[in-house]
Design a protein around this ligand. Structure first.
Ligand code: SF4
Length: 351
């Protein structure tokens, strides 16, 4: 078992068949509603917890390898080792009245986006539902310790969530039904996997969909997002249009501004042609630098110019500020550094 969060109620019922039936509910409530570790579920007798601690299947799936803290304590990035020694990352971002966790859905990624440290490293494997949930629960626990509350979850870490559809959606249902986070506070971000967008159109949960577009013409986009060769912009647009018409949900478009790659007036105009018929909201983010790609994020002046030009074309666009550039916050960067340094990054204490 990859993680104890892969286990279902049935498993616990079977495991605890010689115990009172309410024990299963106590464990379930402790793990999911309260976000506790098994040994901290004090509704359970201490000796019973000690017994559970010895069960192989009940072990966590993630081992903390490194923790980096940036933005004066407001951004925390974790590097995890999985049971098969692959590595993934999670980022918790604290704001005055909310906290967002950015989680990974795969170890590595097959999409090969040139500007992304994860894409540069290639695909390793799918994460299980439990490995996805464990990131969320750790973030809930940490936010609480820091007098905050986890309010939002974004699938924008390592991996393409719609290429791991089954596990991602199993995790989303548990986050919504057992952990109790409203679906509209969960965002799935895709680079444009058309069959996945079509599947999401059929889902009955109000989960947000974000498209990482970055270029709105195929020729330029395929140079930085190779999966565009399989799913061209026209197909992505049609799938999104159907999504918007059927679900009446708004999609958002992510646009990482890259110096002289996608920050011209022409780029903005193509973006407007894509976004306006969808009534999509655009998020502009200066690109987080990665060591293996020379292009930098656009400067502040260009970002503002781009936004005001978009606005003159009727596009609702918000500039999002980079978090954690001081702690290698670009997706996959910490794992790449850890592999290349062949050692552990120093773990800093939160307190
Ligand atoms: S940007 Fe996202 S989809 Fe592209 S390689 Fe990185 S993790 Fe994969």
């Amino acid at each position: 078992m990859a993680s104890l969060y892969d286990l279902d109620r049935q498993y616990f019922s079977q495991l605890l068949k010689d115990h009172p039936t309410y024990r299963v509910e106590q464990i379930w409530k402790g793990l999911y509603n309260q976000g506790l570790q098994l040994q901290d579920i004090t509704d359970l007798p201490k000796t019973f917890r000690q017994e559970l601690a010895l069960v192989e299947d009940l072990q966590p799936g993630l081992a903390l390898l490194a923790e980096k803290i940036g933005d004066k304590g407001k951004t925390i990035k974790w590097l995890w080792g999985l049971k098969d020694h692959r590595q993934i990352e999670t980022v918790l971002m604290l704001y005055p009245k909310r906290a967002t966790v950015c989680i990974s859905s795969q170890a590595g990624c097959a999409m090969g986006c040139t500007f992304c440290a994860t894409g540069q490293g290639g695909f390793e494997r799918q994460l299980t539902k439990g490995e996805i949930l464990e990131q969320v629960i750790y973030a809930i626990r940490t936010a609480k310790q820091l007098n905050s509350k986890l309010t939002n979850i974004v699938f924008m870490g390592m991996g393409e969530p719609l290429a791991n559809y089954a596990s991602v959606w199993k995790a989303i249902r548990i986050i919504n039904q057992e952990i109790g986070l409203a679906a509209r506070h969960i965002t799935v971000s895709t680079v444009g996997i058309v069959p996945g967008i079509r599947k999401m159109t059929q889902e009955n949960l109000q989960v947000n969909l974000a498209l990482s577009l970055h270029c709105a013409n195929n020729e330029s986009r395929n140079k930085i997002i190779p999966i565009g060769l399989r799913y061209p912009i026209e197909d992505i647009f049609n799938a999104l249009l159907e999504y918007v018409q059927k679900t009446h949900r708004r999609v958002s478009i992510e646009w990482a501004l890259m110096d002289n790659i996608n920050d011209s007036y022409k780029d903005a105009s193509e973006l407007a042609d894509f976004a306006n018929p969808l009534d999509a909201h655009v998020n502009l983010i200066p690109l987080n630098p990665t060591p293996n790609w020379p292009t930098r994020g656009s400067n502040t002046h260009k970002v503002k110019q781009f936004q005001s030009f978009l606005s003159s074309l009727g596009v609702n666009a918000t500039i999002r500020h980079n978090r954690g550039t001081d702690i290698s916050a670009a997706c996959g960067q910490l794992a790449a550094e850890n592999t290349s340094s062949k050692g552990l990054i120093k773990i800093q204490s939160l307190k």
